[in-house]
Design a protein around this ligand. Sequence first.
Ligand code: UFG
Length: 356
Amino acid sequence: MPETVLVTGGAGFIGSHSCVELLDHGYEVVVVDNHVNSSPEALVRVAKIAGRPLIAAYAIDVRDRAALSEVFARHPVDAVIHFAAHKAVGESVSLPIEYYDTNVGGTCALLSVMHEHEVHRLVFSSSCSVYGDARTVPLSEDSPVAPTNPYARTKLMCERILEDVCARLQDLKVLALRYFNPVGAHPSGLLGEDPHGIPGNLMPYIAQVAVGRREELSVFGDDYPTPDGTGVRDYIHVMDVAEGHRVALEHLDDRAGMRVFNLGTGTGTSVLQLVDAFAAVSGRSVPCRTVGRRAGDVAALVADASAVAAAWGWTTTRDLTTMCRDAWRFQELNPDGYARPSARAGGPTPGESPDG
Ligand code: UFG
């Protein structure tokens, strides 16, 4: 019998790519997503790429325990991957209540419903931002945590909650994956990052400038203690992140309790280096203007990725050029995201109604 995996936030950026990876590897997939920052179209494309459908997709909020419980009652869920959360650092400073409510409240609701239905296996989306303003990089899982913004604090709180619940529920197996900065897109160009409104993250912003949707990139600070003064991050291809989740599922049963792993490449890239790499791959110019630092930002976050390699024998394989090339392919084929794909992406041409 194939395993059934419930993916919360499955229509989102990382969630949708992970659904493809799971379907490609024989898993049955059930998605719940309230589409607050995702499009149902992503799930149509997941099925198109994988060549087979999801078992079901529910437009519900993970905080809605009754609706979530109904999903567990309908499907024989073997494991859960919990992506559903808000994820923009800047936004979290202005909307802290929403961040705590969705990210922490959503995780608590999910845990109680999993417990009710005796589902004991969970892969949780954590974040490298829990490390905060790191004095030295690379960061191993044992590096001190000191989050600097509400988003990062929600992720650390969820990790603490999961530890406490694992201490109480002996059957529970949890892998929390601290992602560094997921970017890129599925190589088909059908699936990618399509944030609602103004992008809060760097790569989608660069892509929208390159395609002419936005005028210039604001570089948030050039006075950090980094080689060129701009923020350094460990960008990781979203297909590597997706693969990491599939491999994590295969290792959930290694032992009970809570374990934490970094998902990164170990390579740091500055804002200006990413802009240059993207411009080279796309052949487009990406005008930049330096502005002040963004609240809650830190100078450098780079992973020590050796723990996952040692535990699972798995490492990332896709480099920065591949990340930029795949992000650009998605942007070119879908200049307005999922809302109005170009004819080359298999969607309606401008002026044509969606149903033909
Ligand atoms: N940046 C800019 N201009 C922008 C956006 C970002 O200069 O318009 C800079 C930031 O200052 C930072 C770097 O680009 O130095 C990366 O910023 P992102 O917003 O893309 O990502 P963060 O490092 O802030 O990371 C956050 C979360 C991660 C998460 C990531 C992607 O902390 O957990 O977003 O969602 F993985």
